[in-house]
Design a protein. Structure first.
Length: 306
């Protein structure tokens, strides 16, 4: 509230994805369906893992949290985007804008850390199979998930604090469909060079560092697979390829958006749609269609309900 009194801006106007009414109606239906798939698909994975006795390995423990994060992350932006596609003036209060920025980075960064943890889990499972149950016990898994949440919270807190202390004197139009750091830095009526460097250091380096760790993990996995039989190798590759697909779909756009100074491009909005909506839609499909254990558990759960 004190920041609102200090600034001339008490709300922001979101320009959204498109100004064309016909395109907006098509997008409304498309994103409404995609958001419903995100909720249903990820909830199905969570319920299946929690109710299935066979899906009790660390990999599925982490997968249930990934599904929860996908639901949470998309919910930060998707409902507002869907609603705004049908209204003329798209506004968001100053406090709501900062809250959306904080929650988006919180869930997004937590997912980045969790994907890195999942790569470590697969690396241990394939590189040291005899020691896997001892290394990845329940206590360690719980600590890794907790560390991911704490890391995401610290990251998003830094992003919010860097942004909220900026003076906004007008204009208040954000050329985006949600509040993010770069569009807000563009509206600040002060020199934001130092803050933009801090943002790149905070967001960009986290994405890049975790991506490098992931790449190294999969190099180790590929090397370790040489000692496996052809059947074991194919099964391990099937599991890992699903994770690699998710990593590429999520990290690619994040690195493009955040590993650069505070500049905005026209393509940013479409790229943001990719990692806020498209990837959470694909995750359940990738992990279920390529995983026989999950498919069998879903069939068993469905037959039980019927």
């Amino acid at each position: 509230v004190s920041m609102e009194n200090k600034n001339n801006v008490t709300e922001f106007i979101l320009l959204g994805l498109t100004q064309d009414k016909t395109t907006a109606k098509v997008c409304f239906l498309l994103f409404l369906v995609l958001y419903a798939i995100i909720i249903f698909g990820n909830l199905l994975i969570i319920i299946t893992i929690k109710t299935s006795e066979r899906l009790d390995s660390p990999m599925y423990f982490f997968l249930s949290y990934l599904s929860f994060l996908d639901i949470s992350y998309s919910t930060v932006t998707a409902p507002k985007l869907i609603y705004d596609l049908l209204v003329g003036k798209k506004t968001i209060p100053f406090v709501g804008c900062i809250a959306q920025l904080f929650m988006g980075h919180f869930f997004g960064c937590t997912e980045i850390f969790l994907l890195t943890v999942m790569a470590y889990d697969r690396c241990v499972a394939i590189h040291k199979p005899l020691h896997y149950t001892n290394v990845m016990n329940k206590h360690v898994c719980g600590c890794l998930v907790t560390a991911s949440w704490v890391g995401g919270f610290v990251h998003s807190l830094v992003q919010a604090l860097l942004t909220i202390q900026l003076p906004f004197c007008g204009p208040n139009e954000i050329d985006h469909y949600f509040c993010d750091v770069h569009p807000l830095l563009k509206l600040a009526c002060t020199n934001t060079y130092v803050i933009s460097v801090l943002v790149v250091t905070n967001s960009g380096l986290i994405s890049l560092t975790c991506f490098v760790v992931l790449a190294v993990s999969y190099v180790i996995i590929m090397v370790s697979l040489r000692i496996y039989s052809s059947k074991g190798r194919l099964r391990a590759l099937s599991t890992c390829s699903s994770h690699v697909t998710v990593v590429i779909l999520f990290f690619g756009p994040c690195i493009f958006i955040y590993m650069r100074p505070s500049t905005t491009f026209s393509a940013d909005k479409m790229i943001s749609v990719f990692y806020t909506i498209i990837t959470p839609v694909l995750n359940p499909l990738i992990y279920t269609l390529r995983n026989e254990e999950v498919k069998n558990a879903i069939k068993k759960l469905w037959s039980r309900k019927v």
